[in-house]
Design a protein around this ligand. Sequence first.
Ligand SMILES: *Cc1c(COP(=O)(O)O)cnc(C)c1O
Length: 395
Amino acid sequence: MSTYTRIAAFVDLNAIEENLEAVKSCLSWETKVMAVIKTDAYGHGAAAIARHVEKKEYLWGFATATLEEAVELHEAGIKKPVLILGCVYPEDMKELTGILEQNSGPSGACFSQIRPAVYNLETAKELSREAERQSALLGKRIVIPVHIKLDTGMSRIGFGDTRESIEQIQEIRRLPNLSLEGIFTHFARADERDKASAVSQLDRFRRFVEECGRDDIHFSMCHCSNSAGIMELQEAHFDMVRAGIILYGIYPSDEVRRETIALKPAMELKSRIVYVKEIGPETEVSYGGTYRADSVRRIATIPVGYGDGYPRSLSNKGYVLVCGKKAPIRGRVCMDQMMVDITEIPEAELGMEVTLFGRDGDAILPLETLCELSGRFPYEFICDINKRVPRIYRS
Ligand SMILES: *Cc1c(COP(=O)(O)O)cnc(C)c1O
């Protein structure tokens, strides 16, 4: 890290690859993996990660939340399929149907690289119509593979597991420019110790897929497991699993059995001391004077704040590592700066590296510790490290 680097998120691509291999080792040989890289790969950088792992034979493709994220992958040269987990808007359908797989399939049809999740009939019809329009313009048949989203208990998006939904899926199957490729559902509570809710969702999913089968509706990719399901619900793996948070070396919750899978955190957040001073007793630090020194203290200023996504709720609660030792945050975290106490670390000096989370020599400050101290959720914490923070890749 250069002497002048204000802040950097170091991302270890090999750690992500190792975590992906660890995921695969939990699965049977025929089960594929979809790497969930929404929200810029949980803040780690979607394009870089997709490029690093794309060639893995067991990796089916990627999942994003939005069309923009899927387009970004396409523009980065990613060729494997991308499933959009969230909503696709009518005005986006033209763009979606224009991104076609290079080696398109038999019978001269061109398949779209991007697969939307489909959870209502109207969107499916609109998509098929748009693909038909584009086909006419291009003079070749465009087919959009879709994944049916089934709601089995999350109550977010998805067809209900009802007879009516099966009839609608029949209609979708007959649309000329769509093909039913997958069906999936999402667990609301797989990360809890008690798996009763997840198992009930799994049963509903299985029963619905079976009923589709009786109606001669078949899907080549059935999937429902998120990270917690991958770790603890073997019977939910089906054709594919959707690996999100575990790819980044973070456990989905503290109720999962960590011994099932060894993960390596992929991101470290580092900065440097930019100012050192001594303050006398009674001196207040930062906005609101929420910290008042009770003796002479040595205070270091770090050029990082909530403007980088570092939580303000760590004011007077969090700490950083300097020379492998804990330096507690004093006073409020500002937008762009914060102060830490280095009285107990006499060797700490201006310009020295500071670890906001990650490893510093033998000392480790886990992201999870900061989550506990700040009352924030690990997924949220890592996604919030924002674009003002440069990502530096190591592999
Ligand atoms: C985000 C998401 C995932 C990944 O979840 P993790 O807990 O991060 O593994 C999987 N499926 C869906 C539908 C999602 O929205």
